[in-house]
Design a protein around this ligand. Structure first.
Ligand code: HEC
Length: 192
């Protein structure tokens, strides 16, 4: 490719990526959902290798609470996430039929790869396969909206909650969120 042509195509690329399209309307979104569910999101045939046990469910909830809760809330239903409806596209309720109608393997792919170009990040390399499959189980059995309280990051609690603490949160949400407000500098327990 000549130098000139390279420059031209670079310019074109910048022009294309630079022009911000307006947020999609309801109709476009419905079409996109269909396309994603039927065609573009792979992994349909991949079954969850983890048996549906309380342990795996808890592992899923724990992994979810490290990383996903900042956008999805502890309950996967945006509880306490201040910007959930201001992201474009907004953070969906993981209990919604749109999300639940994905196959397990597709949810795994979505979590692995994230959704470009939205705010949904990729988890591959951050979480391991077992953690992600466990999260898929958690997504299938989310607790009632609001039942786990709000993420401590938004209630003035510690910034990165430790795994054990989050497990307690699941078991005794009200008590914990009350504690979370009073414990302002407890960075113990988290090795990261
Ligand atoms: C920085 C914010 C953010 C984080 C962190 C995040 N998500 Fe999301 N998530 C989003 C947004 C925004 C969307 C909507 C994307 C769209 O519809 O294109 C989304 C969508 C989803 C969907 C639905 C996808 C669809 O096509 O309908 C699932 C499932 C999901 N997230 C799971 C997770 C899990 C599990 C984690 C943690 C491993 C996580 N997310 C972390 C912001 C986030």
């Amino acid at each position: 490719m000549s130098r000139r042509l390279k420059l031209v195509s670079l310019g074109l690329l910048l022009a294309l990526t630079g022009c911000k399209v307006s947020p999609p309307g309801k109709f476009e979104r419905a079409v996109v959902k269909q396309v994603k569910q039927k065609i573009t999101v792979g992994g349909k045939g991949d079954a969850n290798p983890l048996p549906a046990t309380p342990e795996n469910f808890q592992a899923g909830q724990r992994a979810f609470s490290h990383y996903c809760i900042v956008c999805h809330g502890l309950d996967g239903q945006d509880t306490g996430v201040p910007f959930a409806d201001r992201m474009s596209p907004p953070v969906p309720l993981l209990t919604s039929s749109d999300v639940q109608s994905y196959k397990d393997g597709q949810l795994k792919r979505i979590i692995d790869d994230g959704i470009y170009p939205s705010g949904m990040p990729a988890s591959k390399g951050i979480l391991n396969d077992d953690e992600i499959w466990a999260i898929v189980q958690y997504i299938r059995h989310l607790p009632p909206k609001g039942s786990l309280g709000e993420p401590a990051v938004y209630t003035g609690g510690q910034e990165e909650p430790g795994a054990d603490r989050m497990k307690e949160t699941a078991e005794n949400s009200k008590e914990e969120s009350r504690l979370g407000k009073t414990r302002t500098h407890s960075h113990t327990g988290s090795s990261r």
